[in-house]
Design a protein around this ligand. Structure first.
Ligand code: F6P
Length: 562
């Protein structure tokens, strides 16, 4: 990583963006006043006052139907939020990003994941060089390779075709492909098996290999830097497993491919660069699964479906780049989040997909959102004095309803949530399971209603509930949700959804005046782990260990009999 401090895009525009602290801006003060005036307003009041509210606060973009009417906002709120976006020049930063400027100031890099899904005919320059041809060249090579594996033409060292694909990577080199593989499971080649190994806990790799045959296993080593300790450790053990299993060093070339930006390290590891699929430093790890990092996914769903997914991403990119702020989905969802974090004390944001195949979507969004916007200094290094990114969490409905929804309905926390559902069940669901889909979706709609409107003490009492139980059985309501409904969870819709959240995160980072594209916060723990490891293995003296950590290290060694 380059550590060049605040380089060239800090032109006059950049200074103007952050010149006034966000919470000193007139637009911020206006929102604070407006928030105070809304105290006591219930969703019921908002809907009663405006019978057209549900229609007016709904937007259709591509295949997504997004209803944000159950949020705690009015036309005035939206107007003030748009004013804030204009004052903080979010659209200017967006345009600078899309033009390939180095908006990632602390690493002096462009931020161009949108180029990964641009059509062949597009021209997008980074430092005066059009990157689109290279993007498509890699996509074409991925296509050829994926087709080879899927058609069983690509054979391993012993001449057998691949049966199991093991993606080894972590963070952005794991979460995206793993999430999308699950999401698009009905579109995958069910004759192939996929495993996603990320954890340095050997149990993860063991589970992926315990019933695998080296002769039919293909490893995709995915790492932007190819220096990440978890990935290189697992890949090294996997290499040994393969070579031992097949009894030949040369087997590596038929069973290992790499996805990386670092040719030197890939070569050092022993993977032929003919079997390396590259990407570029202007693709952040958490924005990378539509790059070659998606190779395992492409093998699973096929190049055609992969390209449909890219087209879905591109559709949302185009919308984000062109729609006016007040009808721009990523802007709206981003600004609504700013509203709750800044003025309603929301500390977290729940993402609740009513689709079992979306089980890993919240975990994917955790990295996307929290690694991007978990920052506490502004773009020029001054501390922020406002809240930035929320804690993102969630699991699929209806499971969460029988776990933590109690807190959402009757707890003391304020938790805005996104409910995501699909009109059609998974395309390959057996007939006998199809009727359950209505029950699933009935739950999603019911939860949105219950969270917003609750059930008053009067309503509870009118049902004959004993007076002493009425408070326990009352639902205050007023819990905001945004509902995202699509016809089906197709590759295109998944691309649209991911791009929507990517750009939402961008909008929020721009308003908060933070750099959403670095991740220095993950460094300290990595450095300390390297220092602590010799203390565990060799009992080495580690200077500077605090007494608590030193005692834990000693106890660990005792428990391990060292
Ligand atoms: O540690 C954080 C991080 O750098 C993420 O941003 C990234 O997605 C992940 O590690 C994996 O990095 P790499 O792809 O270089 O192995």
């Amino acid at each position: 990583m380059s550590a060049t401090p605040l380089p060239r895009t800090e032109g006059p525009g950049e200074r103007a963006r952050g010149a006034t602290a966000l919470d000193r801006r007139d637009q911020w003060t206006a929102l604070a006043g407006h928030r105070a005036r809304l105290t006591g307003t219930r969703p019921r009041d908002l809907f009663d006052a405006d019978p057209a509210r549900a229609d007016r606060f709904t937007l259709d973009v591509g295949g997504l139907h997004v209803d944000y009417s159950k949020n705690l906002l009015t036309d005035e709120t939206l107007g003030l939020l748009v004013d804030l976006a204009e004052a903080t020049r979010v659209a200017e930063l967006r345009d600078a990003m899309l033009r390939g400027e180095h908006i990632n100031l602390t690493e002096d890099r462009a931020v161009l994941h949108t180029a990964l899904r641009a059509p062949r005919s597009a021209v997008i320059e980074v430092d005066g060089h059009d990157v689109v041809p290279a993007v498509h060249e890699v996509l074409d090579r991925m296509t050829e390779f994926a087709d080879g594996v899927r058609s069983r033409r690509w054979v391993g060292h012993t001449g057998l075709p691949v049966r199991r694909v093991v993606n080894i990577g972590i963070g952005g080199s794991d979460l995206g492909p793993a999430m999308a593989y699950d999401a698009l499971r009905p579109y995958t080649d069910r004759g192939l098996e996929f495993r996603f190994v990320s954890n340095v806990d050997g149990a993860d790799l063991h589970e992926a290999l315990v019933d695998a045959d080296p002769a039919t296993t293909l490893f995709v080593i995915s790492s932007k830097t190819f220096t990440t300790i978890e990935t290189i450790t697992n890949a090294t053990v996997a290499r040994r497993w393969l070579v031992d299993g097949l009894g030949a060093e040369e087997a590596v070339s038929r069973h290992f491919v790499a996805v990386s930006t670092n040719t030197e390290e890939v070569t050092r590891f022993g993977i032929d660069t003919d079997h390396m699929f590259g990407f570029w430093d202007w693709v952040g790890g958490r924005y990378s699964y539509d790059s070659a990092i998606g190779l395992s996914l492409m093998i699973a769903i096929g190049p055609e479906r992969f390209r449909e997914m890219l087209a879905g991403f591109h559709l949302m990119d185009t919308h984000f780049a062109t729609a006016p702020i007040e009808r721009n989905l990523p802007f709206l969802l981003g600004l609504i989040g700013v509203w709750y974090g800044g003025f309603w004390g929301a500390e977290s944001h729940a993402v609740l997909p009513y689709a079992h195949h979306m089980a890993r979507f919240p975990a994917y969004l955790q990295q996307l959102d929290m690694e991007s916007n978990g920052k506490s200094v502004q773009r020029d290094g001054r501390p922020v004095t406002w809240e930035t990114g929320p804690i993102v969490w969630g699991t699929p409905g209806t499971n969460g309803q029988h776990a933590y929804f109690q807190l959402l309905h009757q707890g003391t926390r304020f938790v805005p949530a996104d409910l995501i559902g699909f009109a059609e069940p998974a395309p390959d669901l057996p007939e006998a399971l199809v009727p359950q889909h209505d029950l699933l979706m009935a739950n999603m709609f019911a939860q949105g209603q219950a969270l917003a409107f609750g059930k008053s003490a009067e309503e509870v009492a009118a049902e004959g509930v004993p007076a002493e139980l009425v408070p326990h059985r009352t639902f205050a309501g007023g819990h905001p949700t945004t509902t995202i409904l699509a016809e089906r969870l197709s590759p295109s819709v998944l691309g649209q959804l991911v791009a929507l959240y990517e750009h939402k995160v961008f909008v929020q980072g721009a308003v908060w005046n933070i750099n959403s594209f670095d991740q220095w916060g993950v460094q300290l723990g990595k450095v300390l782990a390297k220092r602590v490891e010799p203390a565990l293995t060799e009992g080495a003296e580690v200077s500077g260990l605090d007494t608590s950590t030193a005692a834990l290290v000693a106890r660990y060694r005792t428990l391990r009999g060292r």
